[in-house]
Each structure stands twice: as C-alpha cells, then as structure tokens.
Design a protein around this ligand. Sequence first.
Ligand code: NCD
Ligand code: ZN
Length: 345
Amino acid sequence: MQITLTRPDDWHLHLRDGDMLKGILPETTRDFGRAIIMPNLVPPVVTGEDAQKYRARIMAQLPEGSDFRPLMTLYLTEGTDPEDVALAAKSGLITAVKLYPAGATTNSDSGVKDIENVMPVLEKMAEIGLPLCVHGEVTDPSVDIFDREAVFIERVLAPLRTRLPDLKIIMEHVTTKDGVDYVSSSDNTAATLTTHHLIINRNHLLVGGIKPHYYCLPIAKRESHRLALVKAATSGNAKFFLGTDSAPHTDPAKESACGCAGVFSATNTMSCLAHVFENASALDKLEAFTSISGPAFYGLPPNASKITLTKQETPVAYPAKIETGDGPVTVFDPDFPLFWRVDQV
Ligand code: NCD
Ligand code: ZN
C-alpha cells in the first residue's frame, strides 16, 4: 500500500538554538517543507531584529541541499511595539505572533499577564492580517491543570474573539473536546493538533509509573478528549491542521525530579500520523491535515514537492534517541510499532 502526499508543513515547532538546533534540525527538514518556528528561546525572540538573527542561525544549520523554509514568529510581550511587528510582517520576515500567558509553559516568563496591555499590538495585527498563535491555558493557580484550556477559552479567547473579529487566531495544540468545539464554531479561528495528543491520553503519562517523555503542556487529557481530537484531525475540516509542537529537551532535563514539559516527535511524526489516519479509515484526509489546510489558513500555497508513505510488512526503524551536542533527546514512543515508511519523491 502506498500513498503520495504534497510535502507536509509543521505549523508549530520548537527548533531551539546552538547545539540543540544543530542536532535536531535535520529531523524536521527530512520530511517537512516549512515550519512555524516558536520564539520561546532564552531570551525570547521579541523584535524583528531578534527574528532576523534567529532565522540566520537556522539557515546556517540547514542540511546541504535542503530547501526547508523556517516561518518566523515573534514572542508577544507587554512591551512589544506594534510598529516593529507591522514592519517585520510587511518585509515578509515573520508569519505570525505568539501569545504565551506568562508562566503557562517552558520559557514563558516574559509572556502576557493582562491581555489589555497588548491590545494595541493585536489591533494592529487584525488590521494588517497577521495571524496570532495562542497558547490557550490560564495560569491561575486555583484552576486545575486539566481544566486550564477550557477555562482559557471562556475567560480569554472568547472575549478576544468577539472584540477583534478580524484577527486571525490559531489555537495551538488543542487537547480537549472543548477546544475542538470552540474552534469548529468560531469564525476566523483555526487550531493545530499535535501528533502525540492524537495518540496518548493521561493514562499513558501516569499509569504503571510516571513517564516523563509523555509530559508536555498542555498536558494530555482523558481518552474522550483524545477521541475528539482524532475525529477533528481526520474529518477533513480545514480548521484543523498539524502542528507537532515537537519540543526537544535533553534526557537529564526530562528524567528529573522536576522534569521539563515537551515531547520530541519530529523524527517519526509522519509514520505516526499515517497509523492514526489508517486506523480511523481516513487516509484520504491525511494530506489535508498535514499539507493543505495549514497553508490555506495562513494564505500560503501548498508545497510543490511530494513525499510517499508506504506500508511495510515489518516495522520501520527509527532511533530511540537523537544524539545532539547538548545531550541525548528521546524520540516520541507511540507505544505501538510503526509500519508506514516515508520516502522523498
Ligand atoms: C514547549 C517547550 O518545551 O518549549 N513545551 C511543551 O510542553 N509543549 C512549550 C509549549 O509549546 O508549550
Ligand atoms: Zn510548543
């Protein structure tokens, strides 16, 4: 069995910097044409100038012959200058701006505490048609970690949606049925779904011993939510597309008394997704999810090149870890063998 797809894009990716960037970049450029590059470096990518420099560091590490294009983003802070954002967008340097509620996830300390303080930037973005990527979780300590996405929709996203109907919003890494339902029924709003949230639920994380390599934010929810995500991804609804949120941390940083959040899935994402879509009898919807609906929402053409996915008799081999100059990074383990092989056409 073989299918041919337009080369996929990753609409939510962490490439990091330095030795880590160098070590993990080929894992993405092998299969993907473009990716939205998350700006949560230390210090974050805040200004157009920061993005220019970060883009140059990524380009310098591209494997030979790769025509991968990093789509840069700015990290929204309460000090962000709307004019700097507009300039970076106009020159084609950036594709989106990322909103992290302060303290919501890895390296989000410089994020937004009160959305009122960034309204001038958001208004400018709505005016010029620049999309906003949102980490949709409240940080209120009184809200349970499993409810933080649903509460964010109610407290922050829905009011913002009403206030700026022209702002293009991408609710990133949706993990709940609440998120799926909200996005399905809201204009000018789309969502990315990760590979791992289509595969694991919170039992994978917690039953039979704690599994740090399944810990990410937003945290995996109960099975009924996972099923809602699979249904959205495999439906062909153009509001839902792939953003792996592949987020490398070294093994010592994950396997720790206070382990970092992030799942690294760049290496085997396409094999995992073919498995999920085949199981849902929806292989014919895979290309829309990985290669068509994302560019359509961002107003970009699909990639010109193709890949093939071939189902083998024997499991495909992929490394358990990627060795980087920073240390080893464990690759996402879907907990079942993968039979779909990816080839470049
Ligand atoms: C991401 C990271 O490590 O940068 N971690 C994660 O669990 N997804 C940050 C993020 O996207 O929330
Ligand atoms: Zn992320």
